[in-house]
Design a protein. Sequence first.
Length: 644
Amino acid sequence: MSLLLAIALVSLTLQFATTAVVLTLGSTPRWRRVRWFAAVCFTAGCYSLVDVLAASVFAESANLWVTRVNLVNGTLNAVAWLVYAYIGEEGTWSSLPPWVKRWTLAGAVAVVFLAVTGVFVVKPEPAMLEIPALGIAYQTGALTTFGTVVTLVPFAFFFISIRGYWQRWRAGEPGAAGVLIGFALFFAAILEEIAVASGWLQFVYLADVGYVCAVAPVTVQLLRKFRDDALEMDALSRRLAEEVDRRTEERDAARTVMVEQQRLAALGRLAAGVGHEINNPLQYLRFSLDEIGEQFASPANSEASAALSQAYEGVERIRQVVEGLRTYARPSDADQAVLHVQDLVNAALRVGAPQWRQGITVETRFGEAPPVYGNEGRLVQVILNPLVNGAQAMLQAHASGNARGHTTLVVSTRTSPGGDAEIEILDEGPGFSPAIRARLGEPYVTTRADHGGTGLGLFVSRGIVEAHGGTMHFGNRPTGGAIVRIVLPAAHEARASATTNGQTMATDVAPPADGTAIVPSTAPRVLLVEDDPAALRALVRGLEAEGLAVHGAAGAEEALAWLASQSADLVITDLMMPGVSGPEFARRLQEVHPALRARLVVLTGGASTSEAEEFLQDPELLVLTKPIRREELARQVRARLATG
């Protein structure tokens, strides 16, 4: 095998193998640009293939066609290099600068045309290439002077490609320096090939070696990029797996919260239904006790008075149990008042006292703080939660031997720079870890999972604080320990009115200052709508005993039929009724008797539907809760008539 054939075979094998690899990479979205490098490798491989044929099959004949074909291959290779050096990362023809498009098209067409036709490019007589030292002697095509000038076109393309890589190297592209070195060797090989083809030099053609020198650094650069992409993909896969695990945990936690919310919602509906069913008989039981008391209770009949008092106490206890169940299932915003934060802190300390009787010292630092407006029980719960958490954290640290010798809880109150009330709780435990601090207050996030913590305490507390218009903040003390800061907006006189969720409570309407009820010149005529027959009879008798003229209707349809021929000064209706419900009755009342709708009184044992709850938000309604005392119901009716 001759030296020329060996060089050409090695170059051909490397170029076509690289072409196959690069084409595979170029099929992926991020590697579109390297498809043009596949064109570089393929044209270089075609150049080497022609040299293999010239050195083996046609070694004994005049190879005039070899020079012309390789001039075409060399020009196409130079075009591919030029495009690859300047094309954008998306690898599309439109991403090329316009001048590159013009040069490549014009130069390539001209050279290919001249090479294929052979006009003025290759001498008609073959030349003899002899290198005795290497045992090389064969005929080859020789370029004319014009042909030598034509070769300067791809030569210029190569030079411009080098300029493009020089710019990439200046921009800091990894591997660009190696490509420049390879181009320099390739450039020298091309010059040597032109000199041999022009007859200026008697030596072997080195273009095949030059192609290998130019392609090899780019191949190494691409392999490094492939390695970096693979490492990045691996890192992304790991992060994605971690994100999927985290999202799965969050989804499971959210599902648990949703199930809990559904459970509480179902419990709320059940509690409202139970409350309605209990409060209805409780209402007529209360009125019946009033009637019995008027007839039998007297100072002379002490036993009857005592029995009646016990019966009233039993009614009140049942009412409190029902109200407590409803409050647990769907907490009400009733009983809000102006509160002093020092009183809230002291109440929380009294409730939590058993938690720090085991060596925990509580220090209070009460500064001036404005009063706040809210629900006392809920706000005490908010303060109690971090107090208990801090005490338990210090006790656990002491039990594990990690305590610093101090077990003091500090609770302070002050006025924030914005004029709000601020409560700060400091403990001397381990504090919050950085990983969990940012997520405190989220559901199921706890620092005491291994000690039975559920992660719902701070979540519920934060919800209560935000419902009161405040904020909670968590941090660590520089000397160690946790900081929990609760900020609540200062109370305003306008907020102290006893209105809640749009409902006008029974305390909103008061009798005149002298304590006498406002009674019209004639007895007010009241239409009472109640579907429970026993409750209807008791309510009618009770209001009549209070001096009101009452007509009872066993349902909304009966009430509307009665109003078609009679008149009333005020309507009292139950909320939950079969057939036509309280909200539907109010809507129909608005259509035919708008004046009565404006003075409507709703007497309810509880709302068990979202429609009923929304209806009760109407600020024009007077909403009274069963059971209610007879004289209180009559007073509210008279006051409603006076103001309506």
